[in-house]
Every structure is written in C-alpha cells, then in structure tokens.
Design a protein around this ligand. Sequence first.
Ligand SMILES: Cc1cc2nc3c(=O)[nH]c(=O)nc-3n(C[C@H](O)[C@H](O)[C@H](O)COP(=O)(O)OP(=O)(O)OC[C@H]3O[C@@H](n4cnc5c(N)ncnc54)[C@H](O)[C@@H]3O)c2cc1C
Length: 385
Amino acid sequence: MDFELNDKQKEAVDSAHEFAVNELRPISREYDRSGVFPKDRLIPKATEAGFTIGEIPREYGGRGVDVLTGAMVLEELFWGDAGMATSVVANSLASGPIIIAGTDEQKKKWLSRLVDGQLACFCLTEPGAGSDVAGIKTTARDMGSHYVINGQKCFITNGGIADFCVVFANADPDMGFRGHTAFIVDSSSDGVSMGKKEDKMGIRSSHTAEVIFEKVEVPKENIIGRVGQAFYIVMKTFDRTRPGLAAAGVGIARAAFEEALAYAKERVQFGEPIIKNQAISFMLSEMLMQIDTGRQLYYKASWLADQGKSNSIQASNAKAYCAQMCMDVTTNAVEVLGGYGCTRDYALEKYMRDAKIISIYEGTNEIQRLVLSASLRRVKEWKQY
Ligand SMILES: Cc1cc2nc3c(=O)[nH]c(=O)nc-3n(C[C@H](O)[C@H](O)[C@H](O)COP(=O)(O)OP(=O)(O)OC[C@H]3O[C@@H](n4cnc5c(N)ncnc54)[C@H](O)[C@@H]3O)c2cc1C
C-alpha cells in the first residue's frame, strides 16, 4: 500500500489547487452573494485546464483521469469554492452514462462537444421523484422513427444553461420502472426550456434549475444503452461520482479547518491565544481526525472503482461519512470564531451553508444508509477484505 501521490496525481492536484486559488477564491464571495454561476468567465478556463472533461477517455479527447485523481481534483476545487466547483464539474455526472453505456458513435459525437467547451446536465430528479428514482413520471413515447419526451425535471445542476441533457424517462409504461431509459437530448431541440431557477442557501454560485420537456422529439439513436437500463446506468454512474462528492466534503471541511486554525492562533482572550484552551485545540484536533478519516474513505472508494472492483458500499460509506463530517467540521469552525464566525466578514458561515448540500445531492445521507443496509442484509457473512 503506497500513500505517496504519483507524478500525475501531484500535477493534477497542484493544477486544481492553483485554479482554486487564482480563479475561484477571489470571486467566491461576489458570486455567493449574487447566486449566479459565472459560466462565460469560468468554463473556457476550466475546460482548458481539463476540469470539465477529466473523466472523458483520451481517445475521445478528454484527460482520461482515473476516479481517484478526479476525486483529488474535486477536493481542491471545492476547497476553492463549492458553488462554482459544483457547476464546473457537473459534466462528469452527465458524461458518466455515455462513458458507461454509450456507443462509440455517441461517445465521439457528444463527448467531443464537452471537449470543445460545452456543458451537459444530468436530468433525473423530478418534483415527485427525488430519493425514489423509480418514481419518475417523464415519458418517452415510441413514435416508430423517434421518441417524444414529456416531463419536468427539477434541481438540475446547469439545467437550462447546459448544451445537452442526459434525461431519464419511461419508454415503456407497461413495464413500470423496467421501462426507464436514458436519452441524450440536445438543449436546442424544440420543447426544451428552463423552468424555475433555485435560490439556494448554499453553493449559491452553482446553477440549479428545472428543465421542462414538452413534446421533445429525440432520435432513436440517442438512447444510451438499452430501453429499461436506466437504473443500472444511474447506479454505475453514482459508484464513480459519489467518491468525488465525498472528496468535495473533505475540501469544504479543510477550508473551514484552515481558517479556524489560523484564527485560533491569532485571537487573544484572557491574555492568550484561544488555541491555548484545550476546548479549542481539542475541537481543532477532532476536525483534523475527521478530515483525514474522510480522505482515506474516499481514496479507498475511488481506488476500488479504478481496480474495476465493486465499490458501492465504500462509495456510500465515504459519501455519508464525509457529508456528516463536513457539516460537523464547518459548524465547529464557526464556533471557534465565535460571533465573527456568524458574520459575512469571514468565509466560515458560507462553508457551513455550502456543507449542507453534500448530504443531499446524489442521494441523501439516509439513502446512503439504505444502500448500506441493503448490502448488509444481502451478505450471508460479513467479510472485511
Ligand atoms: C443543489 C442541488 C443540485 C442538484 N443537482 C441535481 C442534478 O444535477 N441532477 C439531478 O437529477 N438531481 C439533482 N439534485 C437533486 C437531488 O439529487 C435530490 O434533491 C435528492 O436526491 C433528494 O431528493 P428530494 O430533494 O426530492 O428529497 P426527498 O426524496 O423528498 O427526501 C426528503 C427527505 O426524506 C428522506 N427519505 C426519503 N426516502 C427515504 C427512505 N426510504 N428512508 C429514509 N429517509 C428517506 C430523505 O433522506 C430526505 O431527508 C440536486 C439537488 C440540489 C439541492
């Protein structure tokens, strides 16, 4: 077991950290306040640096980074600004289904658009179907030569600003959720529109909106995989992306910890820096333990995916732990700053608002526990290795 980062990983982490320092941190407060994702300002630079196309195989023009390196990059970008980072890396959620189950022609056509700087969004959630993804009501009617999609998706990262969408719809109502199918829909198609844009408590500088599909004609060649394969595709995609969200939680927590540590050394009360109080230094020590634990969990979940091994348990484990850890660390970091932690003069209150999202998107903390519970029920005898 080697914990040393290899040269490629070091290079990727350094480049993401530099991007976070130079491009994200300086504008973080401004866009947190406005609640706008500065797409035109960031996407060309982020594409050039490879952050929007990291996971796309090299043969299709991407960077071909493994899951572990991709997750390390997310830790740095979320350390910089969790909102903008969410919108910058959202392509990986939409390109996942194409990479996992798309044909060679689909990969050439659609992944190359991302390589050229376009954005894609992942349209699964609906007003009546969040955690219960089997409950989607969007339909795809087979018209012989093409499908017609009707439905409403909500909470879609980059929804309405992405150039194409990966949409999950029921192509065979008689089959129930076994008819659920993934389609690629060009956003310029007639009948695709953006609905309500969300005004969120945290990650405000990411773009989150409804996407409406009204009688949208989609060629049959745009089905990803087979009719009825949506659930498999979604779960396989999450196995690759959930370690990254765990890493995102580590990134936010690390940013909060660093600021709280620096403050605790400077702030003098009762004649000495507050870090001299065991209550404060223990809180900071606990943060470090939690952050390091979270990092090991996402490393392992990512490493398993890169070895082609099953990682569903470890991915849920890492995501659920890091989400809770991120909330705990950012809350305690605000505590270390006392009253100042609650003001907008410091970034801590923002980190705390941003932290909440990690436990919600791509499956809430409860849903990760459902995944874990189902696995525990399935195994006859628990074996650690
Ligand atoms: C900022 C943001 C960005 C997002 N981006 C995307 C995106 O790009 N694409 C996309 O498709 N979706 C996206 N989502 C949607 C996200 O994945 C869902 O919000 C999430 O899956 C939860 O669904 P819900 O909000 O409908 O909550 P619900 O499913 O209604 O859950 C409400 C509460 O009930 C709990 N609960 C539900 N069922 C159970 C159960 N069986 N056992 C125990 N507890 C349960 C949940 O854990 C939660 O606490 C995004 C959401 C946000 C906030």
